[in-house]
Design a protein around this ligand. Sequence first.
Ligand SMILES: *Cc1c(COP(=O)(O)O)cnc(C)c1O
Length: 395
Amino acid sequence: MTTQENIAIFQRFVIGNYRRFPVSLVRGEGSYVWDADGNRYLDFFPGWGCDLIGHCPPRVVKAVQDQVAQLIHLPNTWYMEAQGQLAKALVERSGMDAQCFFCNSGTEANEAAIKLARLNGKPGRYKIVTMLNSFHGRTMGALSATAQPKYHKGVEPMLAGFQYVPFGDLDAVAKVIDSETCAILVEPIQGEGGINLPPPGYIEGLRELADKHQLMLIFDEVQTGMGRTGKWYAFQNWMVQPDAVTLAKAIAGGIACGGLLAKTRFAEKLVPGTHAATFGGNPIACRAALATIETIEADGLLERAGRLADLFRKRFEALKSRCPLIQTIRIMGAMIGIELSTDGAPIVDTCLKKRLLVNCTHGNVLRLLPALNLEEGQLHEGCDILDEVLSSHKG
Ligand SMILES: *Cc1c(COP(=O)(O)O)cnc(C)c1O
């Protein structure tokens, strides 16, 4: 089937809720993908951050192939080895006295966290503080937590009980906390909101406020978790422990999987009947996640995130001195945000024409979430293209 034929089928039969590039991708390997016409692209945004260790990582492919021939699905009425092993692996790497619940996506992980916060807030406390420009998902609870009115438009009313404050502003958090507040939910680094790094003292200050008012501190690490920032969990960059963490995107090397990790004393409130996910913690996803962890450790990829950060920073700092379009460079591990003085969409389109895949978020922030095993030669290949595109762009 040609790309044009495929697009025609989409136009007739697939709901048009996504803006898609006119490209049909058919194969991937590491940081490269190929389209239906045989063109190769370098991918600096593999799988929207889900393909943290590249496309089709061999250990994940093997684990899934083995599992799919053994048992495809098991509901949570049975014990299964892989789910227990994954929970153990995630808890051990968190340094927390915690337990896990598994689901299939980031939004579901946040729904579980919201319910957990409310269950622990009883009696009387149900409000959750979240941050402007946050992104927590598209189902109604997580969407209500997402403090971006553009995503609420048309589907109101939202779920009651969210208190929005600016990201990075501790005083604002202190001011909205009242006797009905039960939790603070925050991305340690805002992803979709533009790769916004927390100001110094912010993460620590949130912990202090949560302790002072006996709130649950919940980190949405759907984008930052699993080694993206050079630590298993981004919170480990600040030596601050949350009470719960949500995970998804990269957790299973590209296979759908989400998770909530919560301190045991809070997790105890999720008794039978309070919450569930039919596909959650299925053996395929869990074995894929275990193979992802194994790959990150065997290949030294946590350390590699820091190396990528250094290399990208060097390239973009050099470019910034020549290219007035670049306003700020925000990098932590393999999370890269380049704020531009112009709309980012045409830059993304020009990069696509030059066979480099990048993302633009928040209108004017180029976002890169490269694979941790991006090779140095590939990094320079892509940065050369970005250099050329940004230098010659006529905004
Ligand atoms: C992507 C994302 C989500 C939503 O994840 P889905 O799997 O699309 O539901 C939630 N929180 C953060 C921080 C994200 O980046």
